[in-house]
Ligand binder design. Structure first.
Ligand code: FAD
Length: 405
């Protein structure tokens, strides 16, 4: 029986250790986590937890007793600093060496930073960890001015919560639409309208220059064109970079993330990579890429655990994602890269509609706004190669269920 070391203690790692025991692994399991907390879910950090509507206990992937009950050795507050593949060891920041039979890398991703003047001022924030929220929340009180840099999902979710709390919110986005990297113009336009209606000042084509401050405290954000946007808090949400350096230094193949095969295995058969740090095979589209979602973290973790335990590979679902802003739930099934047609079904004005993405008439992906039924159905169609008729889709009397037959 081989000992297993897991580097990282986030969503993917927490799922992997539970699945390893579930699939019958009887050897030692050690999980190394840099953060002081056991594995927790990050999505609420920019939603209900940021708003103060969810207790911290609800964030945890497993109750604390789970790890001792399952004989999982948690090393929290420690960083893995090196992997030696010849000796099959991982070195921790305290010099300790752990031997592994199998190694699982679940190091996630970290926020991309703005290497700009004033980035170290008090009031400049990021949103990735519980500690980030704990420092942000006390500052985010009614009447304060928040500037969000980057109109991605996390930035817009935080903007929505801040408006609901009563802050003045301005969102600065360099592109010509919000959510440009992740969705279509139809959804971008919708969210821009939603935020504008809620009183968020959205500025597109805004080129960030530097943070301004007095003493060590932030006072505003300056743009390239000289505009000064006053701010008490500036939240930087310009995407993440995968934590792949450890793997790279150990000579594992990495291209945006640590390359893995359909079993979450890296270029070294004894080493697996899962979650945000992995560049995986995306079966439904026959390409590889790095996904940043809870579903991906859970799925790749279970796939790795099954491979380690010699079990069949679990069913692979369509990639999916969600975002909550105000009273609007967006659910995405599949990946829309390369679509050439976006068909809107439902009532845009009533904030209940779905956008169906097609390429040469073949269904690729869907964004559903307050339409959970469409989302559930579309998830089953992703990767089937089904051709869809745009005219039928737009017709409210067309019964989507007939597509499953
Ligand atoms: P992480 O959760 O990042 O965990 C990795 C852990 O490894 C971290 O704790 C890190 O400190 C630790 N680590 C890194 N290097 C080392 C090392 N050398 N030694 C020891 N420990 C190390 N996804 C959705 O699907 N829907 C959402 O609505 C959604 N909302 C989100 C909102 C926010 C604010 C954030 C930050 C993310 C959100 N996500 C959402 C994304 C989702 O949370 C991530 O995809 C998921 O957490 C990835 O899990 P992971 O285990 O790969 O990485």
């Amino acid at each position: 029986i081989r000992d297993i070391v897991v580097i990282g203690a986030g969503q993917a790692a927490g799922t992997a250790v539970a699945a390893l025991r579930q699939f019958g692994h009887q050897g030692r399991i050690t999980m190394i986590g840099e953060e002081p907390a056991p594995p927790y879910q990050r999505p609420p950090l920019s939603k209900a937890y940021f708003k103060g509507e969810l207790p911290a206990e609800k964030l945890y992937v497993k109750p604390e007793a789970f790890y001792s009950d399952q004989d999982i050795d948690l090393r929290l507050g420690h960083r893995a600093v090196a992997i030696d593949r010849d000796k099959e060891t991982v070195t921790l920041d305290n010099g300790e060496r752990l031997r592994y039979g199998y190694l699982v890398i679940a190091t996630g991703a970290r926020p991309r930073m703005l290497a700009a003047e004033g980035a170290d001022l008090k009031g400049v924030a990021i949103l990735r960890t519980l500690a980030d929220v704990e420092s942000l929340r006390p500052q985010a009180v009614k009447g304060k001015r928040l500037v969000v840099i980057g109109a991605g999902y996390i930035g817009l979710e935080a903007a929505a919560v801040a408006r609901q709390i009563g802050l003045d919110v301005c969102v600065l986005e360099a592109a010509d639409r919000v959510l440009q990297r992740v969705t279509s113009p139809a959804i971008s336009d919708f969210y821009q309208e939603v935020h504008a209606a809620a009183g968020v000042d959205i500025r597109l084509g805004a080129r960030f220059k530097r943070f301004t401050g007095v003493d060590d405290r932030l006072t505003g954000v300056e743009l390239e064109d000289g505009t000064l946007v006053p701010a008490d808090i500036a939240l930087v949400g310009i995407g993440v970079v995968p934590n792949q350096e450890l793997a790279q230094q150990a000579g594992l193949l990495c291209e945006n993330g640590i390359n893995t095969d359909a079993c979450s295995r890296t270029s070294d058969p004894a080493i697996f990579a899962i979650g945000d740090c992995a560049n995986r095979v995306i079966a439904q589209y026959a390409f590889r890429g790095r996904l940043e979602s809870v579903h991906n973290a859970i799925e790749t973790a279970k796939i790795a655990a099954a491979a380690i335990c010699g079990k069949p590979t679990p069913t692979v679902d369509a990639p999916w994602f969600w975002s909550d802003q105000y009273d609007i739930k967006l659910q995405t099934a599949g990946l829309l890269n390369g679509f050439d047609e976006a068909v809107v079904r439902g009532d845009y004005a009533a904030r209940r509609f779905s956008v169906w993405y097609l390429k040469n008439g073949v269904f690729l992906a869907l964004d559903a706004v307050n339409m959970p039924g469409d989302f559930m159905l579309a998830k089953r169609l992703v990767g089937t190669g089904i051709r869809l008729d745009p005219t039928a889709l737009k017709d409210p009397s067309f019964d989507l269920k007939t597509l499953l037959i």
